[in-house]
Structures are given as structure tokens and as C-alpha cells.
Design a protein around this ligand. Structure first.
Ligand code: GLV
Ligand code: MN
Ligand code: MN
Ligand code: MN
Length: 403
């Protein structure tokens, strides 16, 4: 076997990127594809159309995730699932998420072009709000699916404009009362392989187009509310102010110092200021903190040092060791296809981590990113590497479902 693809697979892959390129394009040159917005609904329709065009059975689970099944996972399952997400962070790149979905559909095309008849059902998944770019909780769709995020909490989550998830679902034509865990949808997933653009430069350094995932770092998000006293910028003496911007500046410095001390990564990447007027002392600054490390203890060390700020946990993903047998099987299939994929651990979060925590044997494939940059328009992948990625995924799936 090799990673060379049939011409119709390559043509389909290119058409998919052409279809997706204009959706949610931000003025910065990146993408603004936030859950349940108009652009997200366009992406969902696109995914549904891709499923229908391939004769796959489209299912939307109770958490809002989309599945396209080749074969019947209820009768003949559980199946093998591949896929990723189509939402982006605010101003994100083109590949984080979509590469896994487009590659999954292309792998189905390639399996068909090669005449493979799966002996088990094969599913393509498209998870909802993986980034938490709108409602804050990372991997919200897979957390809802598996039940680690309950519907009561989820429905009350608000975006920065104050819209709740419940209202966003209603506006998107969904019934919020049906939102919740979906054990039946989860039970269809016998194993999961998520292909993803690499979000660092390990593959650039090793000189490999693809790698196989081994672990996902623990990762948490916290909200910190810094209260002040709103007042006039021109009439309030400095000594009389309670200015939460000063507290924010101190927090950012403290976060960095704590991360350096603990050997962790910590970021304050989002703030909301009220009332956000140039001539008003803020009454409130709300800051979000993202902390990760190769072990949980380091993350906890950062949080311990910040306890005085009363951080409120928004989401937590424990350390994830991807399934060793599945990863070995996938690596062996790639080896047969002429690749020598290195093993990678990642500090980025993925639905794969949530499924793994729910007991689904899970692994990941990474495609080289020449810039190493992600969550930014500079995120990149060469088409030649992406096509090798499709070939690698096809080889893996052939091993897992092939006749
Ligand atoms: C999502 O990609 C994350 O790692 O936060
Ligand atoms: Mn991401
Ligand atoms: Mn992603
Ligand atoms: Mn992610």
C-alpha cells in the first residue's frame, strides 16, 4: 500500500477546501466560525450535503454533533470513527478542525476508489464547538455527548454578547430541551482516530509529513472576575479609584511568574471590560485563564498561586494517554504505507481527549504545519502533506475496518 490517492479523491479534497474557504472569513484574514452562528449553520449544511452526496447516513446527536455513517452502527457496530470539528477560535486558521473533517471525507472517497468494503461501520464525525470560541467551554459538543458537561449548565452558558446557548439553539432552529448526553450515539463509537494539523513544529524538525499522537496534556480554563468602581476618567482622583485594570495587569504578571515557576504554559487570552468606555474607569474586568502542562501537578501549582483571585473553573481535561494498541496499529499501517511517523504529545485540546476519557480507544494523526503557528491565520499546511495525511488516514482505516 502507498499514500498515493486516486485522482477523484484529490479532486474532491480540493473542492472541499474551495467550498469552505469563504465561510466565516474574518477581516484579519483568518476565520470566525463560532458555534450556532450563521456561518456555523452554513458549515453544518455543508457537512450534511457531503454526507448525502456520498450516500452516508446523517445523524445529529442530542449534543448537536454531526455523524455521517457508512454502514449501520446500531445493527453492526460499534464502528470506527474519524473526523474533527469545523468551528474555529476567533480569528483562527483554516486547518485546525477542518483538516480532520475534510480528510475523513476524502478517506471515505479513497476507500471506495480502492474498492474497500468495510467489515464494520465507518463514521465521520463533526463535533460542535470544539474550541469553546463562543460559549467558553472547550470541546463542548463532546463533553455534552459524554455527559461531563450537563445540559443545565450548558444551556445557561453565555457568549460575550449575553446570548445563552439555549437562545442560540432556538435561533438555529433546534429544541434546547433535547440537549444532553447521548449514550446511544456514544455507544456507536468503537474507536476514534482524529486527524489534525500539527500546532507546533515537531514534524518540521523531524522532517516527517505526519505523526501519530500518543498523549494530550492536561488543560484547564478558568474565569477571573475583577470588580472595581465605575467612575469618570476626568474627575476621579487616582487615589480615590478602584480600578480593576490595575488588578488585571497584576494578574497577568502573576500568571506568567507562576507558569515559569511551575514549568507550565499559562495564558490570559480573553478579557471583557465593562463598560468598555475610553473615558470611564471600568466597573468590572473579566479575564479568562488557560493553563496547560505535561503533568497535572504543574497546572495545579499555577492555580494554587492564583487562589487569591478566586478563579472559577470553566472546563478541565485531565491528562490523556491515547490508546497504545490503537496507536500502534495505526503506526504499523502507516509503516506499511511507507511512512515512519514519529510519536507526538500535544498541548492542544481535542475532542479525542474527551472521548478517550469516556473510555473510547482513541488516537490522533498530525499533519506537518510549516509555520508551527495555530489559532492564528498564519497556521498552515502544504497540500502535498495534507494529501499524504489523507493517504495515512486511509491506510489506518483500511487496517481498522478493511474487508
Ligand atoms: C483548542 O484547540 C485548544 O487547544 O484550546
Ligand atoms: Mn484549536
Ligand atoms: Mn482542533
Ligand atoms: Mn483543539
Amino acid at each position: 500500500m502507498s499514500t498515493t490517492l486516486a485522482p477523484e479523491t484529490v479532486a474532491g479534497f480540493r473542492t472541499a477546501w474551495r467550498d469552505l474557504a469563504p465561510v466565516g472569513r474574518a477581516t484579519t484574514g483568518g476565520y470566525q466560525r463560532l458555534a450556532w452562528t450563521h456561518d456555523d449553520l452554513t458549515l453544518r449544511e455543508w457537512f450534511a450535503a457531503q454526507a448525502v452526496a456520498r450516500g452516508l447516513d446523517l445523524v445529529e446527536d442530542r449534543a448537536g454533533n454531526q455523524w455521517a455513517w457508512w454502514g449501520d452502527p446500531d445493527a453492526d457496530g460499534p464502528g470506527v470513527v474519524t473526523g474533527s470539528h469545523l468551528d474555529s477560535v476567533p480569528g483562527g486558521g483554516a486547518f485546525d478542525g477542518p483538516l480532520g473533517v475534510v480528510s475523513a471525507l476524502a478517506a471515505v472517497d479513497e476507500l471506495r476508489a480502492r474498492g474497500v468494503r468495510p467489515s464494520r461501520p465507518l463514521g465521520v464525525a463533526c463535533f460542535t464547538e470544539e474550541e469553546g470560541g463562543r460559549f467558553g467551554v472547550a470541546c463542548a459538543g463532546s463533553r455534552l455527548l459524554t455527559g461531563v458537561l450537563g445540559p443545565d449548565r450548558a444551556l445557561g452558558l453565555r457568549d460575550t454578547g449575553g446570548t445563552t446557548l439555549a437562545d442560540a439553539l432556538r435561533a438555529a432552529g433546534r429544541d434546547p430541551s433535547t440537549l444532553g448526553p447521548d449514550p446511544q450515539a456514544l455507544a456507536r463509537v468503537g474507536s476514534f482516530v482524529e486527524l489534525h494539523v500539527e500546532q507546533g513544529r515537531a514534524l518540521v524538525h523531524s522532517g516527517d509529513p505526519v505523526g501519530v499522537g500518543r498523549a494530550i496534556w492536561p488543560h484547564g480554563r478558568w474565569r477571573v472576575d475583577l470588580h472595581g468602581r465605575g467612575d469618570h476618567a476626568g474627575t476621579t482622583p487616582l487615589a480615590d479609584r478602584v480600578d480593576p485594570m490595575l488588578a488585571l495587569a497584576a494578574l497577568v504578571q502573576e500568571v506568567r511568574a507562576a507558569a515559569l515557576e511551575a514549568g507550565a504554559l499559562a495564558t490570559v487570552g480573553k478579557v471583557v471590560v465593562e463598560p468598555n468606555g475610553v473615558n470611564a474607569i471600568p466597573s468590572l474586568v473579566r479575564a479568562w485563564l488557560d493553563v496547560r502542562a505535561d503533568d497535572e501537578h504543574r497546572v495545579r501549582q499555577v492555580l494554587d498561586r492564583l487562589r487569591g483571585y478566586a478563579p472559577v473553573e470553566e472546563s478541565w481535561t485531565g491528562p490523556t494517554v491515547l490508546d497504545a494498541d490503537l496507536s500502534d496499529t495505526v503506526a504499523a499501517a502507516l509503516g506499511d504505507a511507507g511512512l515512519t511517523p514519529p510519536h507526538l504529545s500535544t498541548g492542544a485540546g481535542h475532542d479525542a481527549g474527551i472521548l478517550a476519557a469516556a473510555g473510547v480507544p482513541t488516537t490522533m494523526l498530525f499533519v506537518r504545519n510549516p509555520t508551527g503557528v495555530s489559532h492564528d491565520p498564519a497556521e498552515d499546511a502544504d497540500e502535498a502533506d495534507c494529501l499524504i495525511g489523507v493517504g495515512a488516514l486511509t491506510a489506518a482505516l483500511t487496517r481498522l475496518v478493511g474487508d
